[in-house]
Design a protein. Structure first.
Length: 399
């Protein structure tokens, strides 16, 4: 892998920002073709597909934020000299070639590519067919920016393959693939795991939980639940399940208040057996499968809890390992919850909607990793490198 100087990488990003701004009307027009052709009954997928003036501005801002970050390649991790005189330096290094597979969201074609390129990786972009026209014009913008600065177009390539061809590519890649990131639903992730021949880093499902403890500030709880559920239903960080401790004062009236707030926002409420005694007009949870489901819709589960231990057990059993929150005024209780919940991000008195690269100060993200190797949470620029040991000797041999 050719190591590019930081200056030339930043010049490409400067060019890309200007090109996107120049082409914004054409980008939006191509996206309109995708929107007009969209024929699925999936509001979340449609929402992720839309590119408007604000989305184009967001693309430019994402590139700007990555450009302003330090080059993550060649950073010294450690430097030690052994008693033998052998000098060992550990530095960050590019992965090499990354492949990302994603559904809808044309802005991923910008964010994934800018992160991979700044970290000196080549990238294959496999977007969904629903965003075909949007992705093609964005790839053209990337190629113009690369060629304008004397670089080959193969640093950033959009794959024009169907499912069968993608499977063949994963099983017998024509180039060395070093990392694959599937970003989508369970079927997509399983498809990649079944066929990939290299490391796979999963950007898994959300299915995020929140626990309202018996000592919670109810006003905070309602505010956080409402935001986490309704702010953006298509986000993997949206809230799906809520446990409310039965020992909270005025439990039944608070359940009814929350019901009213959610209903005013057109949120469909599912309830467990115990909550149904208070909210008897709401539909009961149809099956245990619902507990594993990521809704990506104006839908929420309200369930009764009796203490923190049972809640922790249930969240760890059912959640996608993405985000979980506790609403409590007890710092020790919050610490217990946050330490024992097995998720990429755990919250105390804050909306799960903050599990996002930009919101967490990472900047643009390739994905939200729910894996534990090599990184968990937002995959930003600093996480798109691996490491390499540089060992300096003077005729050293091992005896």
């Amino acid at each position: 892998m050719q190591l590019l100087d930081s200056t030339i990488k930043d010049k490409v990003l400067d060019s890309m920002m200007k090109i996107i701004d120049r082409e914004r009307s054409n980008i939006i027009a191509e996206n309109k073709k995708d929107l007009d052709a969209f024929n699925k009954d999936d509001q979340a997928l449609y929402d992720r597909l839309v590119v408007n003036e604000a989305k184009v501005d967001g693309m430019i801002q994402a590139i700007k934020e990555v450009k302003e970050q330090d080059d993550p390649v060649g950073k010294e991790i450690s430097d030690r000299t052994l008693d033998s005189g052998l000098k060992i330096i550990n530095k960050t290094a590019p992965f090499g070639t990354i492949m990302i597979i994603y559904e809808s969201r044309p802005d991923v074609t910008i964010e994934a590519a800018v992160l991979a390129f700044k970290a000196n990786n080549k990238i294959f972009l496999k977007g969904g067919k629903e965003a075909k026209n949007s992705n093609i014009i964005l790839e053209k913008c990337w190629h113009e920016a690369l060629e304008e600065n004397g670089l080959a177009k193969d640093w950033i390539e959009l794959m024009h393959t169907n499912r069968t061809e993608t499977q063949e590519f994963l099983q017998n890649p024509p180039v060395q693939l070093d990392l694959i990131v599937p970003r989508g639903g369970e079927r997509l992730i399983q498809f990649v795991k079944d066929h990939a021949k290299c490391a796979v880093l999963v950007s898994g499902r959300g299915n995020n939980f929140l626990y309202v403890a018996e000592d919670a500030d109810w006003e905070k709880a309602v505010k956080v639940i409402f935001n986490a559920k309704t702010d953006k239903i298509s986000g993997c960080n949206a809230l799906d399940k809520v446990f409310i401790d039965k020992n909270i004062p005025a439990y039944e009236s608070k359940l009814k208040e929350l019901q009213t707030v959610l209903k005013e926002a057109n949120v469909k409420i599912l309830v467990d057996e115990k909550v149904s005694t208070t909210l008897s007009n709401e539909e009961k949870i149809p099956s245990e499968d619902t507990w594993y489901e990521e809704f990506l819709a104006l839908k929420i589960v309200l369930a009764e809890a009796d203490g923190i231990d049972g809640v922790i057990e249930k969240i760890n059993q059912y959640s996608g390992g993405h985000s979980a929150c506790i609403i409590t005024e007890d710092k020790d209780k919050a610490a217990k919850f946050m330490e024992q919940i097995d998720s990429a991000a755990v919250y105390h008195n804050a909306s799960t909607r903050f599990t996002d690269g930009g919101q967490m100060g990472v900047g643009a993200e390739l994905a939200i990793s729910t894996d534990k190797l090599h990184h968990r949470g937002p995959l930003g620029l600093k996480q798109l490198v691996t490491n390499k040991y540089y060992v300096y000797g003077d005729g050293h041999v091992r005896v």
